[in-house]
Write a new protein. Structure first.
Length: 268
């Protein structure tokens, strides 16, 4: 008997359509208020777009699927949109658990902080806990603004006796920021985050006029792996969740010419 997985056929379609998605991602915009030196948004000729649906149309579209979680996100910055809080509140009122990612680059209004504090989780981009270096690699972002916004979200939850969203720091490392990884773990824990994930860098041509950078595997792969191990130990001591995308580890492993499978399990 053939035990291999069978590809869906036409008779399976009604069953597949009845399946309930665990999570739906909605890209509200691909525009961004930051210009990170490694991001495709910084490429010449890049043009972002906004979702051509009203908040009411979006909520009506999602309602039949009843997903446990809706992530309003995109390659851009959701909080740039003038109606983003109206969209989020409408989804929350309809019982959706809402999540998003943000660079926390803007000074949020009290209304925006209140909405963010009601999300299930927030993924906040921050590559280094160095106030001078961060705006060089994530142009348009400031460490002190991220810290202030984090503090305000936490304060809003404490004031209203509500559970805090799961706060996850997302870091994209280059050779410029990789050496600050252990300090970034300490910084994230100290500022109330629950977890941190290190993202594998996707290579795009460097835009004109920016500081030169390299993928960690091109710069010093052995040092990168050592920094990951050190940061993992620090996170464990702090009781902090620390994850690294396997692609970064694999890239460093291959760059060193090592045989066999790269190490796994940097999640505590």
């Amino acid at each position: 008997m053939d035990s291999r997985p069978r590809a869906p056929t036409r008779t399976d379609i009604p069953v597949l359509l009845r399946a309930r998605p665990r999570e739906i991602w909605v890209e509200l915009t691909s525009n961004c208020n930051a210009r990170c030196i490694y991001c495709c948004v910084s490429q010449p000729g890049y043009e972002g777009k906004d979702l051509a649906l009203t908040p009411e149309e979006l909520a009506a579209m999602l309602q039949p699927y009843s997903p446990p979680e809706v992530r309003i996100t995109g390659h851009g910055e959701t909080t740039m949109l003038p109606h983003w809080t109206r969209t989020a509140r409408l989804l929350l009122q309809q019982g959706f658990a809402v999540t998003t990612n943000s660079n926390f680059a803007k000074e949020f209004s009290d209304e925006e902080i209140d909405v963010l504090s009601r999300f299930r989780s927030l993924e906040i981009s921050c590559d280094v806990a160095d106030a001078e270096l961060l705006p060089r690699v994530r142009r348009g972002c400031r460490l002190e603004r991220i810290e202030a916004n984090l503090a305000r979200v936490i304060a809003a939850c404490k004031r209203d006796f509500r559970e805090l969203p799961h706060l996850n720091i997302s870091a994209t490392l280059t050779d410029l920021t990789m050496h600050g990884l252990p300090d970034l773990v300490r910084w994230a824990s100290a500022h109330g985050a629950h977890a941190m994930e290190v993202v594998n860098l996707e290579r795009y041509p460097a835009p004109p006029g920016v500081v030169e950078w390299r993928h960690p595997s091109e710069a010093d792969p052995e040092r990168m792996l050592a920094l990951i191990e050190e940061s993992s130990r620090i996170a464990k001591q702090l009781g902090f969740v620390f994850r690294v995308q396997q692609g970064l580890i694999d890239a460093c492993w291959l760059a060193l010419g090592r045989s066999g499978e790269a190490p796994r399990g940097f999640a505590l």
